[in-house]
Design a protein around this ligand. Structure first.
Ligand SMILES: [Zn+2]
Ligand SMILES: [Zn+2]
Length: 243
């Protein structure tokens, strides 16, 4: 999709149901109410839901994953309409549904302080096969919208999938972390060696990594590890939905 998804002319009807009630960021009032908001005080690292009375440092997802990203922001819960929009976009081949997702994501980032520190936006990579199959990559459309909104460079090709990993959605949660390890790498930058000789190593940058959904965090963690190994100073994560 050329340009940011948010640059598209606002559709006159709800993209989820086709209804014509008042539309904001691609969803009518009734459908917007079906997007489940994140809890008021999620885990600040993985954006996961914490049980009542659970101290922030006792997040079970973070204890299982020990993620290398510093903090994550989710625009909505995966349960509810946000998850349905993601499934319909990806498996139904309907990239226009990225529009309401991107809108909610940039709204969430406006009130999430780490976003202001991002110096570049990187999207979680897909495999060439899956990109061909779908004709687009949802994380990339979302990343482009976020970068445009934050006015920082977008680097969709910074990371690359190594080999042909099984889709995370096809694996049980317990296997996702080990399956994700080593499946993402930094793509060598063209002219990198010459630039290095001329100017010295690039200054470490704070990266905002964008994906459609965060479930166990294993994929985001594999990306964060690759970015940090490649010289990033800090990696934050932004997703349309937290499962
Ligand atoms: Zn609707
Ligand atoms: Zn957590």
């Amino acid at each position: 999709m050329a340009g940011s998804a948010l640059d598209l002319v606002a559709p006159p009807h709800c993209l989820a149901c086709g209804g014509e009630d008042a539309v904001h960021r691609g969803l009518g009032v009734r459908c917007a109410a079906l997007v489940r908001p994140c809890p008021p005080a999620p885990c600040p690292v993985c954006a996961g839901v914490l049980g009542p009375g659970t101290p922030l440092e006792d997040c079970p997802s973070c204890a299982a994953l020990r993620p290398r990203f510093a903090a994550a922001c989710a625009a909505a819960r995966y349960a509810g309409l946000a998850g349905e929009l993601i499934r319909r976009a990806k498996y139904g081949g309907d990239p226009v549904l990225a529009w309401p997702l991107a809108g909610r994501l940039v709204d969430a980032l406006d009130v999430w302080s780490p976003a202001a520190h991002a110096q570049e936006v990187v999207s979680v990579p897909t495999t060439p096969g899956r990109r061909r199959e779908r004709g687009f990559h949802l994380a990339e459309i979302l990343g482009e919208s976020v970068a445009h909104h934050l006015r920082v460079p977008f680097r969709p090709r910074r990371l690359v999938r190594v080999g042909n990993p099984a889709p995370q959605a096809a694996l049980p949660r317990s296997e996702r972390r080990s399956a994700a390890r080593g499946t993402v790498a930094m793509r060598p930058q063209p002219g990198w060696t010459r630039a290095l000789l001329r100017r010295g190593p690039p200054r470490p940058r704070t990266v905002l990594l964008v994906d459609d959904v965060l479930t166990t965090g294993a994929t985001a963690d594999a990306c964060a590890r690759a970015l940090l190994a490649g010289g990033a100073a800090c990696v934050f994560v932004a997703v349309a939905a937290r499962a």
